[in-house]
Design a protein around this ligand. Structure first.
Ligand SMILES: Nc1nc2c(c(=O)[nH]1)N[C@@H](CN(C=O)c1ccc(C(=O)N[C@@H](CCC(=O)O)C(=O)O)cc1)CN2
Length: 294
């Protein structure tokens, strides 16, 4: 169905994330770049890490009537941000949705939650594929009309399987990957192919209880709170920059099965908040920490 000629054109929004060495005037230069060339600022937030001498900003504007080309905006940002390696920035336009791959194993709740948010239109993102190391969740992907790619893996086949996975992700122009209870440890090679673009949900309040079976460890420790943590994936297990966390009270009456049941809701909400912030271009990484704008 084609929109009628007089239907309102969707606005074209630009979202800038920038980190650069702190210097006077950088905020004014960025807002001036937008406003002097037809952009209308919709959101602007900033943060300074004084000790590291770093400036961070999240700037969003309506670019529908910009008088500069995207390439010219990028060139001027490179000058403002500075060419030093200490600077990094990304500019995303709303008419080019990000492409997200989902990696799963056997646990379905996070996959259902994500696919429901995408299929309902809550999230403007493309999900070209689901990758699973087991076939359990193929029916879930099929239910939402998303191609499922089965990559069974053992320690001996991991390198070869990851090579095929990376080829598929490149072929599908994937921008970032979500590990939705994916229970395989990614190699350093894989992680380096998507730096700070692999998001994991760990079912514990990190740094407590990293690794497999955190609910068993929590029960054994007799905790009075369980938690969930979403973080960018690094080669070191469950040690990447934290994006979002939350907790839930528990007591001696809760078995491991109870903790798993109570933890499911935490995992879904924490992972969805992290994905939403990433989609909104609100997360910048500094070392092993993040700046997460509202
Ligand atoms: N490079 C990384 N890969 C993965 C991470 C990560 O932080 N860095 N997070 C995990 C998810 N996860 C906990 O949230 C987790 C998954 C699996 C295991 C584990 O030990 N699994 C197997 C070993 C599988 C393998 O060697 O690949 C096991 O139980 O022995 C621990 C934690 C996802 N990947």
């Amino acid at each position: 169905m084609n929109p009628s000629p007089d239907s309102p054109r969707a606005p074209r929004h630009a979202s800038l994330l920038l980190r650069c060495p702190l210097r006077a005037g950088v905020a004014a230069e960025l807002t001036q770049l937008v406003q002097a060339h037809g952009g209308r600022i919709l959101y602007h937030d900033q943060h300074v890490e004084a000790e590291e001498g770093q400036y961070f900003t999240s700037l969003k504007w309506d670019a529908s009537d910009m008088t500069l080309t995207d390439a010219d905006v990028a060139k001027r940002l490179a000058v403002i941000g500075g060419k030093s390696p200490a600077a990094e920035w990304s500019l995303h336009y709303s008419d080019r949705p990000l492409r997200m791959a989902l990696f799963v194993s056997r646990d379905p709740w996070c996959l259902y939650d994500i696919l429901a948010r995408v299929s309902s239109g809550e999230w403007q993102v493309e999900v070209p594929l689901v990758v699973g190391n087991h076939l359990d969740l193929e029916p879930v992907a099929r239910q939402f009309g998303v191609p499922f790619h089965h990559f069974p893996m053992t320690k001996d086949t991991k390198e070869e399987v990851e090579t095929r996975q990376l080829e598929l992700l490149k072929q599908e122009r994937i921008n970032f990957i979500v590990l939705a209870r994916y229970m395989q440890i990614l190699s350093g090679r894989f992680v380096q192919a998507y730096p700070n673009n692999v998001i994991n949900i760990h079912h514990a309040f990190l740094p407590a209880f990293p690794g497999a079976k955190p609910y068993h460890s929590a029960r054994e420790r007799g905790v009075k709170m369980i938690g969930a943590t979403s973080h960018y994936v690094t080669e070191t297990l469950d040690a990447g920059p934290i994006i979002e966390q939350d907790v839930q009270r528990v007591s001696h009456r809760h078995s491991v099965a109870d903790l798993v049941r109570l933890g499911r809701d935490l995992e879904k909400i924490v992972l969805s908040r992290a994905i939403w912030r990433h989609l909104q271009r609100k997360v910048i990484v500094l070392g092993n920490r993040t700046v997460v704008f509202e």
